[in-house]
Design a protein around this ligand. Structure first.
Ligand SMILES: Cc1ncc(COP(=O)(O)O)c(C=O)c1O
Length: 409
């Protein structure tokens, strides 16, 4: 790994040529979980030195120069006292949502939070009582499920339909479940993780309509909408006004700009009534002023980071092409076509092995740590998740190792 390169001194990121994704950051310095040998060996005890981590959704690139410059300025100024949700922060979110996602957001709809996963916990607490139900399209990002369990809330799974291509929603089943199970909340992942499926406005509207009809709060996690390998992200905020009254959108720059460790995110809640309920719960837990570094990073990313994000996306597209070729060479592996984010979802059922067996084998034999689909609430037992968020050189090495150590019956 190369060391940190802090040479990106310009405040606004403007040209692709100045971004270097081939030399990754020194992930020892930030104690990156994904790279930590102790944590990895806690899962896969015989993982050799020199392993390549393709599991947690964390990218290895140094952040955009504009973000690093903004954090450096704050850091060197030396004052890290209490801040508040200042107007520039909300304006940067409003501007980003309008420019990148065509969503009209009023500043008063935005509330800062301390990470999307904690927000899901507070949200469940705000809108559910213990033993109530939430409904999820499974498989899905596992905190959607464990946040419910952590709060004594039951999960109703609406399995995504799979026929060897990309996922789709079984609307008839969904309607029956909303009608008979009476969940309080539907937590919808858009784009979907895992699988990287972008839902169309028609699909989102159909889910939103059903939720409204059955009195279920519609919550949409759009954290993966910033990296679009193809097509455009469709925000639930583009729904007709009537449906906005039953909507909460969760987002953060933590996937697109890889800022997860700053624990800074936000909710967008158009309805005053729903906003008041959620804000009350946030206040009960003193979720008030943002992290001083996080707020500066979000503002820099959203106001000056577009060129970097576009260049990153182009780099990830090339990584995805490498992945398509590599998976095609793997016996029994089938890549789900994806349009968003950097986390390919691969069906390994034709190997005759479970995802857990494939992951254990690849950690021990190939020194490549994959994401085990078993953890995605339900329906992922024969899928593994990869991570393209690293240099092409590391990706090539990883694919070469996977191909050399194939697990077939
Ligand atoms: C769907 C989804 N939501 C939220 C997160 C985490 O967001 P945050 O870093 O804002 O907590 C992830 C991380 O991978 C994710 O996949």
């Amino acid at each position: 790994m190369s060391g940190f390169n802090y040479s990106g001194g310009s405040v606004a990121d403007s040209g692709h040529e100045s971004f270097d994704f081939d030399n990754i950051a020194n992930r020892a310095l930030d104690h990156c979980r994904k790279w930590d040998a102790g944590i990895v060996r806690g899962k896969y005890p015989d993982t050799p030195d020199g392993f390549i981590p393709m599991w947690i959704a964390d990218m290895d690139f140094a952040a955009a120069p504009c973000i690093r410059a903004a954090l450096r300025e704050l850091s060197e100024n030396g004052a890290y006292g209490y801040t508040y949700p200042y107007r520039e922060l909300a304006d940067s979110i409003v501007g980003w949502q309008a420019r990148r996602h065509g969503a009209e957001v009023r500043p008063e709809w935005v509330k800062n939070t301390y990470g999307t996963v904690p927000t899901i916990h507070y949200l469940y607490q705000a809108f559910c009582q213990p033993n109530d139900k939430v409904i999820l399209n499974t498989p899905v990002y596992d905190p959607f499920g464990y946040a419910a369990r952590n709060n004594g809330i039951r999960v109703v799974c609406n399995p995504l339909a799979y026929d060897g291509g990309e996922y789709s929603i079984d609307f008839d089943l969904l309607e029956r479940q909303l009608d008979t199970e009476h969940p309080r909340v539907m937590l919808f992942c858009s784009p979907h993780n895992p699988g990287g499926r972008t839902w169309t406005l028609t699909e989102i509207e159909q889910v939103a309509e059903l939720c409204e009809r059955y009195g279920v709060l519609f919550v949409v996690d759009e954290v993966h909408g910033d990296i679009m390998l193809s097509g455009v992200h469709v925000s639930a905020l583009s729904l007709p006004g009537r449906l906005l009254d039953n909507l909460i959108v969760l987002s953060s720059p933590n996937k697109g700009f890889n800022l997860g460790g700053l624990k800074t995110s936000y909710v967008i809640v158009p309805s005053r009534r729903i906003r008041d309920i959620l804000l009350h719960r946030l206040e009960m837990n003193s979720i008030t002023s943002p992290n001083v570094f996080g707020a500066v990073a979000v503002t820099a990313a959203y106001e000056r980071g577009e060129a970097w994000l576009d260049a990153l996306t182009e780099y990830l597209r090339e990584g995805y092409r490498m992945c398509e070729e590599a998976v095609a060479r793997m016996t029994g592996w089938r890549l789900m076509p994806m349009s968003a984010s950097y986390l390919p979802w691969v069906d390994v059922s034709a190997t005759g092995h479970t995802a857990t067996e494939v992951c254990e084998h690849m950690a021990h034999e190939a020194g490549v740590v994959l994401g085990d689909g078993t953890f995605y609430v339900e329906g992922g037992l024969s899928f593994v998740r990869l991570n393209l968020g690293t240099s092409h050189e590391i990706l090539a090495r990883s694919f070469e190792r996977l191909s050399r150590h194939q697990l077939v019956e």
